[in-house]
Design a protein around this ligand. Sequence first.
Ligand code: SAM
Length: 283
Amino acid sequence: MPESQDLAPPAPAGVDTEKPSAARVYDWYLGGTQNWAVDREFGRKAVALFPHIRPLCRQSRTMMNRIVRAALDAGCRQFLDLGSGVPTVGNVHEVVRDHLPEQERATVVYVVYEPVAAAHATVLLERDQAGEWAGFARADLRDVHTVLEHPTTLRLIDFTEPVCLLMIAIMHFIGNDDRPDEIVRKYREELAPGSWLAISHLTTENVPEARAEQVRRFVDSYRETSNPLWLRDSAAMRSWSGDWRVVEPGIVRCCDWRPDGPPEPLDELVAPFGWVGVAEKGH
Ligand SMILES: C[S@@+](CC[C@H](N)C(=O)[O-])C[C@H]1O[C@@H](n2cnc3c(N)ncnc32)[C@H](O)[C@@H]1O
């Protein structure tokens, strides 16, 4: 993989390259190219604080891909990906395209709020000529009404049919002041029976104290970005599921959600730092 700085794109209009952004730092963790010097500098410091962050992000990403495939296998044909960011590979529409037979259709809406993520989504969807069945809504996921009423959402999502709502590695950017319970409940209420709600989160729940301290210092370092971070235990998922049924295998470490094979040693090492759960709305 070439060094990111060789390929870093010119900053699109409206992008603040003075302050690190979670979307671009996340892209750097994943080895992508949509990041600037300020993000890489922040990322290197973050890795020094919490050396497991890069493999943890990769683990989260492959787990998200498995959830999308499982939702497709369960018959879900609509995806709403909140806080999709700028990752270079393994995006929801790519997984959908690769997993479904050519004659079958599904729709994907990415919800992005950072200008860099919007610029990236435009390029990606044009490149893949996916505009007919995939699009992005520029919105803050906390503003549920704007997300659900956005013209792209209305064009691509039929709310009388099941939707797979993805909130992957995103709720830890939503502080308690933003009333996360209420946000998730509002989304749940709008979705049809058979819908899926997938949430993953950074945690120190089952992490030994020395490591937990590393994570807390890493989380503190995000105060200087435009996206501060919060830690939560898996009890949050039980509450965010409401009366929906948590599907097998329950609320687990990311690498344990319907794995394709046994975890690699590195997976085991980083697994305690994140949990994931998928809930289904009953008929
Ligand atoms: C860690 S990345 C996760 C990306 C993707 N969901 C994944 O799992 O690969 C977090 C993303 O959430 C976005 N984000 C943070 N707060 C947001 C908000 N209030 N509304 C929409 N997106 C947000 C950031 O811009 C970033 O792209």
